[in-house]
Design a protein around this ligand. Sequence first.
Ligand code: GRF
Length: 203
Amino acid sequence: TRVAVLISGTGTNLQALMEQVKKPSSSAEIVMVISNRPGVMGLKRASMAGIQTRVVDHKLYGSRAEFDGTIDKVLEEFGVELVCLAGFMRILTGPFVRKWSGKMLNIHPSLLPSFKGVNAQKQALQAGVRVTGCTVHFVAEEVDAGAIVVQEAVPILVTDTEDSLSERIREAEHRAFPAALELVGSGAVKLRDDGRIVWNQSV
Ligand code: GRF
């Protein structure tokens, strides 16, 4: 499966995905990394791994539709079959999300449906929950609401700060996202037309 990873920053999730696809058992290859911001660490990580990169700077586009259209063109040009949003901090438009429905995954630093939106780690701390985690889900038009593929739970310690909790969640992300990539990339998990997850049990 030909995979593109979309990033906006450090790219530690990208790094985890790149390490996963190098395994002989992997059913995926990362053929493109796109960042909406120039000069970020994630772009260096991709280049060092010999993966082609593009910057599609959202500030240079007059509308979200034009920004998404440019991204879509790059994805088509590289024959991308699966898109991974790895710390990608842009909301994508309905038409783009619908086109890539069932072929686009996102990672969120909470156990959805709890704590949607930004600062999910801080929301969990402030809510006083003792367990949070991360979720890899298919991207749907409603933000942070698509069908869930993989989750990993993470304890919240009484000594936790937003930073220490975020770091522990990120370690879980680096296991959860590669696992989800393989499940979807291998066809073991698909998204049904009604938006439900289907696990392909071998008959
Ligand atoms: C991660 O915390 C992830 O949960 C969120 O954005 C951050 C990206 O980190 N979506 P990185 O760029 O993958 O290091």
